[in-house]
Ligand binder design. Structure first.
Ligand code: KIV
Ligand code: ZN
Length: 395
């Protein structure tokens, strides 16, 4: 009999590292209270894993990870550790009271890192992986192992490392584009190749972790899904080292908006994205660029006359998602020199102003003159133009 049931979408695990990799962005240090507020919001929003910090880095980081681990009821809480026994022990202690705790341990695998940063041979690093992943697995059930600089690592050696990590008990394998060097095609192919070649690959979930040095972090993350990864590591507003990490809101909305070509589910309540962006921007003291996708202040703003006219006729003419779907009250039609009659009429109606045709024509011309001189035309400016017109009409 033919199978008529539609296959369910694949669940993609959202691993948020705003409080760890995001906080590594210069100037973004957050206080304990700010971190607790961010973690609570992420948990409420449906994030699956919250990487709460790097417990060995400082007492403050240890305290933040432990406190978030104690308080978080739904999400898994992860603590980062280098492949060093003391780091792993500290991370294990920090997540000890979590409902669900994870140790995330990493080691560099690329030739350039082995030669200049680690000063170790490939075989020595394999030994380190075997020992440290085993140590982590003795402390918690849920262990993630990351191959730092995976995208610049020789693929044969990368496969050996992944095989060793899974054999030692890693349940998630993360292959980061640490320096934001990969292209989407290469990144997807790397996952495909590792998953095909490593004999025990099916025992772990594969994860993407992309930096944005070439502006490709989100595209690379989505390409990793095509290569078989099912966990995405990302940060709110894309904050992170250098040019940042893949932005959570962009990934989640790309998957939601283009479900026709990306049949995945993320479990994120997207109506909380705007709130999350504002909270993180405030806590990390890091402004969101105006034209940032999804959460920038221009993301749902239209100025050109043609676009405004289209939007007034049907919102899908120039918007591929609704403001409500990301938790924003409404689209804004920004009044400026590109605005046309239709948008100006709609703005007057919004301000509760009604004018005769002649009055409208005159006020519209004055508005255009003003918009030529002024960068921003505020509601108050428009009200003043109308008042001026009505006052002269009564003289
Ligand atoms: O970018 C990176 O490689 C990292 C690891 C610690 C996962 O942040
Ligand atoms: Zn990173």
């Amino acid at each position: 009999m033919a199978n008529t049931t539609q296959s369910a979408k694949d669940r993609v695990v959202i691993f948020d590292t705003t409080l760890r990799d995001g906080e590594q962005c210069p100037g973004a240090t957050m206080t304990l209270d700010e971190k607790l507020a961010v973690a609570e919001l992420l948990d409420g929003m449906g994030v699956d894993i919250i990487e709460a910090g790097f417990p060995i880095a400082s007492n403050g980081d240890f305290e933040a990870v432990s406190e978030i681990a104690r308080r978080t009821k739904r999400a898994t809480v992860a603590g980062l550790a280098r492949a060093i026994p003391a780091d792993i022990a500290r991370a294990g202690e920090a997540v000890r009271h979590a409902e669900r705790g994870r140790i995330h341990t990493f080691v560099s695998t690329s030739a350039i890192h082995l030669a200049h940063q680690m000063r170790k041979t490939q075989d020595e690093v394999i030994e380190i992986i075997l020992k440290t992943v085993t140590q982590a697995r003795d402390l918690v059930e849920d262990v993630e192992w990351s191959a730092m600089d995976a995208t610049r690592t020789d693929i044969d050696y990368l496969c050996r490392c992944v095989e060793a990590a899974i054999r030692s008990g890693a349940t998630t394998i993360n292959l980061p584009d640490t320096v934001g060097y990969a292209t989407p095609q290469e990144y997807g192919a790397m996952f495909r190749s590792v998953r095909e070649r490593v004999p025990n690959a099916d025992k772990a979930i594969f994860s993407v972790h992309c930096h944005n040095d070439l502006g490709l972090a989100v595209a690379n993350s989505l390409a990793g899904l095509e290569g078989g990864a099912r966990q995405i590591e990302c940060t709110v507003n894309g904050i992170g080292e250098r040019a940042g990490n893949a932005a959570l809101e962009e990934i989640v909305m790309a998957i939601r908006t283009r479900a026709d070509v990306m049949p995945y589910d993320t479990g994120i309540d997207t109506t909380m994205l705007t709130r999350a962006s504002k909270l993180v921007s405030h806590a990390a003291n890091f402004p969101v660029q105006y034209n940032k996708a999804i959460v920038g202040r221009n993301a749902f703003a239209h100025e050109s006359g043609i676009h405004q006219d289209g939007m007034l006729k049907h919102s899908e003419t120039y918007e591929i998602m609704t403001p409500a779907s990301v938790g924003l009250a409404k689209t804004s039609l920004v009044m400026g020199k590109h605005s046309g009659r239709a948008a100006f009429k709609s703005k007057l109606a919004e301000l509760g102003i009604s004018l005769s045709d002649n009055q409208f024509q005159d006020v519209f011309e004055r508005f255009k003159d003003l918009a030529d001189r002024k960068k921003h035309v505020y509601d108050e400016d428009i009200e003043a133009l109308v008042d001026e017109k009505l006052a002269t009409a009564h003289d």
